[in-house]
Each structure stands twice: as structure tokens, then as C-alpha cells.
Write a protein that binds this ligand. Structure first.
Ligand code: ADP
Ligand code: RBF
Ligand code: MG
Length: 198
């Protein structure tokens, strides 16, 4: 028997060295690696899911996105989302982002501990695929997440991490033009009517 382990606790890979492979979640199971027929639900490098929803004001992160990677991520607080986040494994996802007063944009994000930086806290880091000429801290950001791309990973260098995130961006940009994903651009959750009466 060949064994694929899916630890229920994060950062515990070292406890499973006896397994043939340790994966982060069942989203990463590749039956063809084990002589079984492949799953057929992957489309152009993405795994579609029922849409799920996260939103709130944009909070300060660790100030690393723009400065260290040149990739700004409009962090959301994980507070109040423990249920949603425990239903969805850490990893790289994509979907649509609605910003109050601005519009709806394509989005690619990571959820997790950023293995390259080994964060102590789980973070939600959406990169809106649009050039903004200013910050938008405290603005309401609503996300409709429609698919999965890959698990979070560690990288041998900052350059290889950055290159991978740009590849994720391309995968997400292309996929979001498919009818399967583009239809969620019209989800009412993205059209935020601010509670502050703006
Ligand atoms: P932080 O660590 O505080 O999240 P970042 O360096 O990741 O700082 O920058 C994120 C901030 O940059 C966001 O909160 C937002 O105000 C701004 N920003 C500008 N353009 C974008 C973009 N395309 N996607 C996400 N955030 C952006
Ligand atoms: N950090 C990692 O350590 N490993 C990853 O595989 C990873 N993938 C990412 C994918 C995307 C699309 C984005 C937007 C970010 C990703 N990051 C990853 C997170 C990145 O390290 C984080 O946004 C910065 O550290 C800013 O806090
Ligand atoms: Mg950020």
C-alpha cells in the first residue's frame, strides 16, 4: 500500500516522514502519481469550487508585500472567519474583489502562513489585479473566491517566490475570463453598499 498523508495540523510535515507523500489538503491529491486515473475537474491550472465569501475593512499587514516583493496585498482580518477558513485549506486561490467606491477587480490571493516567511499568524492576502494610484486602507473589500490554484510553498529565493506569484497572476487572469468563473463578477456581494453611508 502506498500512503499519502494529509496532516490535520499545519506545519507538522516532519511527523509524517514514513508516508510516501505529505500533502497540505485533498485539493492537492494527484491520483495519476499513484497509477490511478486523474481527476477531471481541473481547468487550465485551476480547480473550480462553489463560491465562498470573505469581506471587511482592509487592514495593515506586515508591510512586506509592496516593499519586499513589489506585490501589494490588501490584507483582511481573519477575525470572524475561523469557520470559513477552517473549511478551506491554506493555499493560493482566486476570484473577484469588490472595493467600495471603486469597482470590481480580478483577484489572486494566498491564505495561510506564508512558508517563505514562516509567519506565526494565518493571513488573508488578496492581490487585486489592477494598478491603483493610492492605498485604500480601511475601505470595505468583499471577495468572492471561485477556485484554487496551488498549496502555499517555500522557495529557495525571494526571486523564485516572486516569479511564482506572477505565474499565479497569469493563471488567475486567464481563468477568470472563462464563463465558469466570469459569471461571478456580477455577484451582489461585490456591490458593497457601505454601512457608513458613503
Ligand atoms: P500591508 O502589509 O499593510 O498589507 P502591502 O505592502 O501588502 O502592505 O500593501 C498593501 C496595501 O497597498 C493595501 O492595503 C492597499 O491599500 C494598497 N494597494 C495598492 N494597490 C493594490 C493592489 N493592486 N492590490 C492590493 N493592495 C493594493
Ligand atoms: N508566500 C509564501 O511564503 N509562499 C507562497 O507560496 C506564496 N504564494 C502567494 C501567492 C499569491 C497569489 C500571493 C498574493 C501571495 C503569496 N505569498 C506566498 C504571500 C506573500 O509571501 C505575502 O503576500 C507577503 O509576504 C506579504 O505579506
Ligand atoms: Mg499586504
Amino acid at each position: 500500500m502506498e500512503v499519502v498523508a494529509v496532516p490535520s495540523l499545519p506545519k507538522q510535515t516532519h511527523r509524517y516522514i514514513a508516508a510516501d507523500e505529505v500533502i497540505n489538503s485533498l485539493l492537492d491529491l494527484r491520483p495519476e502519481k499513484w497509477g490511478l486515473p486523474p481527476f477531471q475537474d481541473w481547468i487550465e491550472g485551476t480547480l473550480p469550487s462553489e463560491p465562498w465569501y470573505i469581506g471587511g475593512p482592509v487592514v495593515k499587514g506586515l508591510g512586506r508585500g509592496s516593499k519586499v516583493l513589489g506585490i501589494p496585498t490588501a490584507n483582511l482580518s481573519t477575525e470572524g472567519y475561523s469557520d470559513v477558513l477552517s473549511e478551506h485549506p491554506s493555499g493560493v486561490y482566486f476570484g473577484w474583489a469588490g472595493l467600495s467606491t471603486r469597482g470590481v477587480y480580478k483577484m489572486v490571493m494566498s491564505i495561510g502562513w506564508n512558508p517563505y516567511f514562516d509567519n506565526a499568524e494565518k493571513t488573508i492576502e488578496p492581490w487585486l489585479l489592477h494598478e491603483f494610484d493610492e492605498d485604500f486602507y480601511d475601505e470595505e473589500l468583499h471577495l468572492v473566491i471561485v477556485g484554487y490554484i496551488r498549496p502555499e510553498a517555500n522557495f529557495p529565493s525571494l526571486e523564485t517566490l516572486i516569479a511564482k506569484i506572477h505565474e499565479d497572476r497569469k493563471v488567475a487572469e486567464r481563468a477568470l475570463d472563462l464563463p465558469l468563473y466570469s459569471k461571478y463578477r456580477d455577484d451582489p456581494y461585490l456591490k458593497i453598499t457601505s454601512s457608513k453611508g458613503q
